[in-house]
Design a protein around this ligand. Structure first.
Ligand code: AMP
Length: 298
């Protein structure tokens, strides 16, 4: 049965009921934080929570604090009944769907979690305050729901990195799990914003995934970091309807220094028809002089 709770008291009661047991045999609680408009990407996170934890909770909260533009907040989709049906289908035990005044009693938060330098790059410059809003609401979710594990998508790689870092820095007990990006059959990373793309816009947006695939191929063929970046850049440069905001190759922790070989992360943000899209992929940079394995034979 899927239970929907909207107040802190209801949440506390449902939590105690679902987790009844002694400390050793208490069921594990997995939380999937979302802003709703659930799609197959969210479903993968929920399935991961269900497979690792006896109790699966989903939070649905469109967090005003992480939107830098009012218009973006106003048009964010909120199909609650569809989300509920999907959660029932996926066997979610608990939906935590607070209103804004439950989440922020007494008005906007006075005290924020500040994301620091890692938030001033990549997504940061075009979304001022976004990650402070994300980390603040994730802290609230983690402290109210108190899950054993929380599940986040690699789709929002900088967000996942910051949340991991926050939990490590603050010494929380919760285990943060990253789940690989789910894509449509045509390669477009699933996103609640994709509904705003026309057929042509969607076709243009496919260049993001295509650029990442080209980059992975360049890396697996022995390309240097510069060659990997340029492989992706060439695809995007040939797509006039895609306005690239950034295309960056980073160390997997997103620190500014990229080693010459080993695991790396390629991240892209672009606007198509006024819709801001992000995507990223892992790439493995081959040491110079080693014999690369062509991607097709892997
Ligand atoms: P959102 O509702 O957009 O805030 O996303 C909620 C969670 O779902 C975040 O952890 C996202 O990273 C994750 N997510 C969004 N899109 C995808 C996707 N295509 N594949 C996997 N996870 C995703």
């Amino acid at each position: 049965m899927t239970e929907v709770v909207r107040t802190r008291d209801e949440l506390a009661q449902a939590r105690s009921r679902l987790l009844a047991g002694t400390d050793e045999d208490r069921p594990k609680l997995g939380l999937v934080p979302t802003m709703g408009a659930l799609h197959a990407g969210h479903a993968t996170l929920i399935e991961a929570a269900r497979s690792e934890c006896q109790v699966a909770a989903v939070s649905i909260f469109v967090n005003p604090m992480q939107f830098s533009q009012e218009s973006d907040l106003a048009r964010y989709p909120r199909p609650f009944e569809d989300d509920l049906a999907r959660c029932v289908e996926l066997g979610v035990d608990l939906i935590w769907a607070p209103d804004v005044d439950v989440m922020y009693p007494g008005g906007p938060a006075q005290v924020w979690v500040t994301a620091g330098a890692l938030a001033n790059q990549l997504e940061g410059p075009s979304r001022p305050g976004h990650f402070d809003g994300v980390l603040t609401v994730v802290t609230k979710l983690l402290t109210t729901v108190r899950p054993d594990r929380a599940y986040f998508g690699e789709k929002d790689y900088q967000q996942l990195t910051l949340i991991r870092r926050m939990v490590a820095d603050f010494g929380g007990d919760v285990l943060i799990r990253g789940v690989p990006t789910v894509r449509d059959a045509d390669g477009l990373a699933l996103s609640s914003r994709n509904v705003f793309l026309s057929v042509n816009g969607r076709r243009a947006a496919l260049n993001l995934g295509a650029a990442l695939r080209k980059a992975r191929f360049a890396a697996s063929s022995g390309g240097t970091a510069a060659e990997v970046l340029s492989a992706a850049g060439t695809v995007l440069a040939g797509a006039p309807d895609v306005q690239v905001e950034y295309l960056e190759l980073r160390d997997p922790d997103l620190s500014p220094t990229l080693p010459a070989h080993g695991p790396a992360r390629l991240l892209v943000a672009a606007t198509v028809e006024g819709v801001r899209l992000i995507d990223n992929t892992a790439v493995e940079l081959t040491p110079a002089g080693s014999d690369p394995t062509p991607a097709e034979s892997r």
